[in-house]
Design a protein around this ligand. Structure first.
Ligand code: AHR
Length: 369
């Protein structure tokens, strides 16, 4: 039966990819380094991605993946991870749809997967709400759904979620800034925030976490605006911030690496210095390798990792389901914090002491993605 599905799926996939567009990513490897959080290390162990599933019957397992889009380096790493893990040699048939950051397209992709009769559906939700109806349809069709990365906040009709604690990332950013400013004798924080995409749980969590510390410490958030997790968006927002708040800000928080790249271009053009020894403290999220290099080079002051390597854990979950086992409902990936200087070596987040890694060249070279 599954072989028939696989043939039909391959046919349908050819058509749906032509209609919806597809993308393949760049480098994706395994996460490593020091644990900063609780949870399962979804990114550790380079063998995980290559471990063939033990499906018992030898049947191909068909998986539909409704990916957010291709907006960032992080997304490229996430896509590549899924394509590596859900490969034919690992016993999978992957139907991949790049939803181009369009929530309607993502719902349509999930419904197409139901039509195609895939064995499992993976969703990285572009937005956190609006999911209950389509997840009910998946449930009615008997197709288990695994959510990765961003959360679904208005339905629990999925088997498991694998991803990051975005609020902890925002809290960590705030706690690091507090300790860094204290060490440098900086008594006033005037921050500009370039948020991620509107409605994404990654945006909501990072914004809430940082704001909680800012409110507690009495910092001034001059403005907070979406850059849509893209380099172009980050540059555009920062260009407007440079005009509106010239000379008034000493901190820029970018909610992902691509936005930080755009913000750097805008500040370079405006003649504003940032990073180690600069007038502005520049902070980023994701910690993709080229951007940890920027931390090492002193261009970004600190970077808070978001681990894109969920796919090996999702494969483990599928194998559990194949064996009739019940997987964990929530699995947190491990993440690490990186800083350009070694003046803050640890922070306390939610009562837990977490390491801040000094981003030396050795640390950069060991980065897997
Ligand atoms: O959902 C994860 C976020 O989405 C990453 O921080 C960002 O780079 C991506 O686009």
């Amino acid at each position: 039966m599954k072989k028939l599905y696989a043939i039909l799926l391959a046919l349908a996939l050819t058509l749906s990819l032509a209609a919806c567009g597809s993308s393949s990513g760049g480098d994706a490897q395994q996460s490593g380094g020091n644990d900063a959080q609780q949870s399962s290390d979804a990114g550790s162990g380079s063998g995980d991605a290559q471990t063939p599933p033990d499906s018992g019957s030898g049947d191909v397992i068909t998986v539909g993946f409704a990916q957010v889009g291709h907006e960032s380096d992080w997304r490229t790493a996430s896509t590549k991870s899924a394509q590596d893990v859900f490969s034919a040699e690992n016993g999978y048939e992957l139907a991949f749809v790049d939803c181009d950051n369009d929530p309607a397209k993502q719902l349509e992709a999930v419904r197409n997967f139901i039509q195609q009769g895939v064995d499992y559906i993976i969703i990285d939700p572009i937005v956190a709400t609006g999911w209950d109806t389509v997840l009910t349809e998946c449930e009615d069709a008997g197709i288990p759904v695994i959510v990765i990365d961003r959360t679904v906040d208005d339905s629990d009709k999925y088997v498991s979620w694998v991803g990051s604690d975005f609020k902890v990332e925002g809290l960590a950013c705030g706690e690091w800034l507090k300790a860094y400013a204290a060490d440098k004798g900086i008594t006033e924080i005037n921050a500009l925030v370039i948020e991620g995409s509107v409605g994404a749980s990654a945006t909501i969590g990072r914004t809430d976490g940082f704001k909680e510390i800012a409110d507690r410490e009495g910092w001034n958030i001059l403005a907070s605006q979406s850059g849509d997790f893209t380099e172009a968006g980050g540059q555009e927002v920062m260009e407007s911030f440079c005009q509106s708040y010239k000379g008034q800000f000493n901190v820029v928080i970018c909610q992902n690496d691509n936005e930080a790249a755009g913000a750097r271009t805008a500040m370079d053009t405006a003649g504003i210095t940032y990073g180690v020894g600069g007038d502005v403290i520049l902070v980023s999220f994701d910690a993709n390798k080229p951007y940890v290099q920027m931390v090492c080079d002193g261009k970004i002051n600190a970077n808070f990792e978001c681990n894109p390597m969920a796919a090996p854990t999702v494969s483990d979950i599928i194998q559990q389901l194949e064996k009739g086992e019940t997987p964990e409902k929530e699995v947190y990936v491990s993440e690490h914090w990186f800083a350009a200087e070694d003046n803050v070596t640890s922070i306390t987040v939610n009562g837990e002491t977490q390491e801040v890694i000094h981003a030396t060249q050795d640390v950069v070279d060991a980065r897997p993605y």
